[in-house]
Design a protein around this ligand. Structure first.
Ligand code: SF4
Length: 398
């Protein structure tokens, strides 16, 4: 499909909106009331620190709601106001935060079901309003909704759209897009749908396997087995790894994306030499500012003397998971939770260790003076962070 031509025609449609409805005042009020926190404001004003008895809380200097998420949530609220009587659907969670999604449910915004991974659009009819979330939707989904006569409210973050432009550039110049991302993440699914030939690599280890293949250090069968579900249809590693462009899911670990870019640059340099490098390798920086700032702030936070770390955000939130990875890499006792209710009054915490199921840990807050680091992912409202801090204050006062 010519995805650029489709997007152009969609953008000219009267049933498509990616700019909101100009109710900036209303939406600022709604967001403030629902999600902002005066406690967090005062901690920020106090150098990101709070001292309460034996408890010392240190907040990361960049955390929580990013610009793209605020924009998406505000547009979803505006949509309800603008279409008070129409059926409104959303193709997925607006962002990866349970409380924000529940809030939308309470406003009668319906979620398109995705039992077993495949979305069921049979419920959506002509004239319905459909919101696309901050991390976007696939081009096929957009096409289906457009053809069905829906009003599309597209809250896709411009940083995500920038990645789509990047892979479209790769496609135009017949480069294969190497996408650093999680193959089943909605943003990466959407990005892949705009790419031509693509291969998704999860991390540096997978990127190294691809590099080894390019340099004739591994066999085709093992390669295809490993990447069977992570490449475009008909992918042929002997043909399709000769011209590479690197792109990424916007919320991946910045340092890893950069390392992967350098790895492929070295690989293509070694295979084709410096004169022809530009014919075989393209790279654009597509990590969003908010992700970079939050990761940077987390690196500074874990340099502090912390007894433990709490990372708050949806369990399926990629940027939150990477914040947890940073704490773990420093050997800090770190807990990833999605809601304040995970912290029990009996000093327990139900949390999700990296790549594992939820577990309950007892004796969460140690006795005596305790320094707790706190951060939250880009989809987490300040109000949730405030409730977590209040729980810590209560536990430390018992
Ligand atoms: S994390 Fe970045 S890409 Fe994602 S919504 Fe926020 S600003 Fe946009």
């Amino acid at each position: 499909m010519d995805t650029q031509a489709f997007k152009r025609s969609l953008h000219h449609s009267k049933r498509y909106n990616r700019r909101g409805f100009g109710r900036a005042k209303d939406k600022a009020g709604i967001l403030q009331e629902a999600y902002q926190s005066s406690l967090i404001g005062s901690i920020r004003d106090n150098g990101y620190q709070l001292q309460h008895g034996r408890l010392q809380v240190k907040l990361a200097e960049a955390f929580g709601f990013c610009w793209g998420v605020e924009r998406a949530v505000a547009m979803a609220y505006e949509t309800r106001k603008h279409y008070p009587n129409e059926r409104i659907w959303i193709t997925n969670e607006i962002i990866h935060n349970p409380s924000v999604n529940d809030h939308l449910r309470s406003m009668d915004v319906l979620f398109i079901s995705a039992e077993g991974g495949a979305k069921d659009f049979s419920c959506v009819s002509d004239g319905d309003v459909v919101i696309l979330p901050a991390f976007g939707a696939t081009v096929q989904e957009m096409q289906l909704l457009h053809e069905r006569g829906c009003h599309i409210i597209d809250t896709t973050c411009p940083w995500v759209s920038k990645v789509w432009h990047t892979v479209e550039k790769h496609k135009k110049h017949e480069f294969t897009s190497i996408i650093h991302g999680k193959v089943k993440h909605e943003e990466t699914l959407a990005t892949s749908s705009f790419a031509g030939t693509y291969l998704v690599v999860l991390d540096l280890e997978e990127a190294t396997l691809v590099s080894d293949y390019i340099l004739n250090r591994s066999n085709r069968e093992a390669f295809m087995q490993r990447f069977a579900n992570a490449c475009s249809p008909g992918f042929d590693p002997d043909q399709d790894l000769q011209r590479l462009g690197v792109a990424n899911q916007t919320t991946m670990l910045k340092s890893e994306t950069e390392e992967i870019g350098r790895l492929f640059e070295r690989t293509m340099l070694s295979k084709y030499g410096p004169v022809d490098l530009n014919e075989h390798f393209l790279s654009f920086n597509t990590i969003c500012d908010a992700t970079q700032e939050r990761q940077q702030a987390m690196f500074s936070l874990v340099d502090e003397p912390l007894d433990l770390q709490v990372v708050i955000g949806g369990f399926n939130s990629s940027n939150t998971t990477h914040l947890q990875e940073i704490a773990m890499s420093r050997g800090i006792r770190s807990f990833h939770i999605d809601t304040p209710e995970r912290i029990g009054d009996n000093n327990t915490i139900e949390h999700k260790p990296l790549g594992e199921d939820l577990v309950i840990e007892e004796d969460f807050l140690p006795a005596g003076k305790v320094n707790v680091g706190i951060t939250s992912g880009a989809s987490t409202p300040d109000r949730i962070v405030e409730h977590v801090i209040q729980k810590l204050i209560t536990l430390s006062s018992n």
